[in-house]
Design a protein around this ligand. Sequence first.
Ligand code: 5GP
Length: 188
Amino acid sequence: MLELDGKRCRELYSAAKIADRVAELGREITRDFSGRGRDLVLVGVMKGSVIFLSDLCRQVNLPLTLDLIGIASYGDETRSSGVVKVTADLSHPIEGKHVVVVEDIIDTGLTAEYLLENLRTRNPASVKLCALLHKPSRAKTEVPIDYLGFTIPDEFVVGYGLDHAQRYRNLPYIGVVEPSAPSEPDGA
Ligand code: 5GP
C-alpha cells in the first residue's frame, strides 16, 4: 500500500508489468499492420492516453504518425454520461489511413463508441481500438477492443496517465485510491 497526499493507494499493476504488456501490444500491432502498404496513424485520446501512447508507439516497429483528439464527456468526476463532444480535433485528415485509436480505459464504452463512429465518417482505410484497461462489468454498449492491456474490476483507477480531478497522471504504476477511513467517533 502506497501513500499519496495522505490517501492510501493500492497498486494494481506495477510499472514493470505495464511495460511488458505494452511491449506485447506493440508486437501485435506491428504484426497486424506489417506490409499493409498504407499509412498507419496512432490516435491518442487526451489526456488519459498520452503516457500509454508515448510508450506504445515506441514498441511498434513500423513507419507511423501520431495524432491526438480531445474528447469531453458530460458526467461527474468519475462517471461518463455518454454525451460526448470533440473539444480538440485531429491535426491531419485520416482519409485512406489505417487508424488505431489509443484509449486509456473503456468503462461504459460510450465514449469509444462515439469516437469510433465519428472517425469512421472520415473514410479511413480501417479503424481499430487499442485500450490499456477495460471494465467489462460497467459496459453499457459492446465496443470491440482489438488490442487490450488488462481487464479490471469496477474500481476507480489512477496513474500511468489516468487522473482523479486531473491529479495522479504521473504515477508510473496503476493503482486504486482507497476511500478515506471514517474518523473515529469522539470518545471512542
Ligand atoms: P466511458 O465512456 O467508457 O464510460 O468512459 C471512458 C472515460 O472515462 C475514460 O477515457 C476515462 O477518462 C474515464 N474513466 C472511466 N473509468 C475510469 C477510471 O477508473 N479511472 C479514471 N481515472 N478515469 C476513468
